[in-house]
Design a protein around this ligand. Sequence first.
Ligand code: GCV
Length: 696
Amino acid sequence: MEHVKQKGVPQNQYTMCWLDYKRCEDEEYLKKVIPFISNIFILDNNYYFRNAALELKEAIKNIFGVEPNIQTTSYLDFHHGTLIGKLGNEVIEKFLEKEEKEQIGNEGFLIKVVATKTQNIILLVAKTESGIIYGTFELINRLRVKSNLSSLYIIENPKAPLRVINHWDNMDGSIERGYAGSSIFFSNNRVKRSLKRVRDYARLLASIGINGVVINNVNVRGKAIWLITPKYLPELSEIAETFRLYGIKLYISINFASPIYIGGLSTADPLDPDVFKWWQETVKTIYSYIPDFGGFLVKADSEFNPGPYVYGRSHADGANMLARTLLPYGGVVIWRAFVYNCLQDWRDTKTDRAKAAYENFKPLDGEFLDNVVLQIKYGPMDFQVREPVSPLFGGMEKTNQMIELQITQEYTGQQIHLCYLGTLWKEILEFDTYCKGKGSYIKRIVDGSLFGWKYCGFAGVSNIGSSINWTGHDLAQANLWTFGKLAWNPDRSVEDIAKEWILLTFGDDKKVVENILWMLLNSHRIYEKYTTPLGLGWMVNPGHHYGPNPEGYEYSKWGTYHRADTKAIGVDRTSKGTGYTLQYHPHWQKIFDDIEKCPENLLLFFHRVPYTYRLKSGKTLIQFMYDSHFEGAEEVDVLIQKWEELRGKIDEDIFNRVSERLKMQKEHAIEWRDVINTYFYRKTGIPDEKGRLIYP
Ligand code: GCV
């Protein structure tokens, strides 16, 4: 089953997702709000403030049909309007209490309403330009959902310092694991000339609090190796400027062997002085074009990418060498922990891909420089529909860490299937590692508070492209939205985050909100049921990774991930098996080791289990498999029905696009059900207790 290719669209023919402002029809609200928004006063008159004010003005015009004046002159009528200014500005400070000022962090903001007989003022205050732009979008959103102005009072600061989107965009315009058209940055081995779409993208990202973007694929091949040279830097500096206006820094993925490819050196050995000098010069040149350049993202020694191992050096040697070159400019090295030998021989029972990241990096804890951040995929394998949380979180106290989440739906339905990932991400973030006793949650590790790290946070692999709705599936926009919102504040509930997205995207019709919320919150569970429940993972077609293939795996000639035979399935990763569980804190080790205590949704990840084993429900494992696949495929009908109930309440184009995808989802879910059930039936010879047709 091939994934359906998405077409891009010409400029100006795309939607703006949750930033498509619709007219407020509530006259009462309009009357109340007008005095507060008919003037916008900018108290720090610079490029960034003017941009924020223009964003607000445009939004107000579209939502309320009035065009506010933007005033930057010294004569200011502070009685009516929105005041935008930085902390330290004397006019602004008159309205603030000491404690309020202290609460506003570097990227944070305060929104406060002053309503008296003579004054109708909304104050938007921040410490930095970034805070102003984040606050502007928050204010716009609050006005759109008709927040009560008399009680509007917000102080917000992002929890995690790095909130970065990773693009796997190639310079020919293709996107590795992209399901929504082609790259908005590159085409035909060039940087795109028009930045209109990039600017709109920057607006979308700023509105969810993102502060960094890596625009090229971590697999850096061909022309992309040269992105760090003056051949491309003038164009990249324009992209950086576009993002800068919205508080977002540009990062670049690099090829570790660049000194050989570009510099003509005979080695890329990180301890070779000429290699260091070459990187130093390269970094100096980059900063001459992009003064606030964020830094490098590096995939080294993994899936055929070069790295320090070739020279007998460690990942710390490699990362630190680059970090030294970036340090004087405030840049960081984001080093990926997705390192494993994809060609390893699986017949050795101790060999286990799940153990690789920890084995490679744990011994290096404490060796990385302060401006190196380790970027760790949420699980030990590769963004499966369910995996346990990587034991590296909590395993490396002395190393800055970021969590890598995959917004693009490589293994979760490729934006054909509805699969809202917020529910899964929230479970991951709430996982208690116990590394510093009870309460050592992943969310506290990656926001830096548990270990007091300076650089840490969230990386999300982008799900956008040039398609009309950015994400292929219109409802997949909710995944991008949720990633940003959780990175900003992982304590928020996903119900709340998803609901806010629905209100801003589709309006406040009760049925619309209720149905879409149900669809989002249940979609991952449903997808898991008809694909690979119980932590099985994979079973997808090799290469493109879409559709069922129970024994498909591109790299191994040694067998399958799940090692199914006629009697049992799953991998024994306990301390007596591959020993993977030994990488966890003893609290989890004991739980994962014990088949009775192991969370059932991860059973086959940790244990090798006979098909006749009885689960907690009393069902045999094989019967559970059959039931899960039948039920999951059936529940897609509920998604379809919930959507169908919204006919006439949703923009027709969007309605039709989603309907079409749900129809495909149903067909493909049936294929999953039949292929997987048939596989198990053939393997085991055990029929379905309920006598349903298994062999299609
Ligand atoms: C960018 C998986 C994906 C690859 C991806 C890799 C990674 O293997 O299938 O497409 O490469 O992860 O995260 O580096």
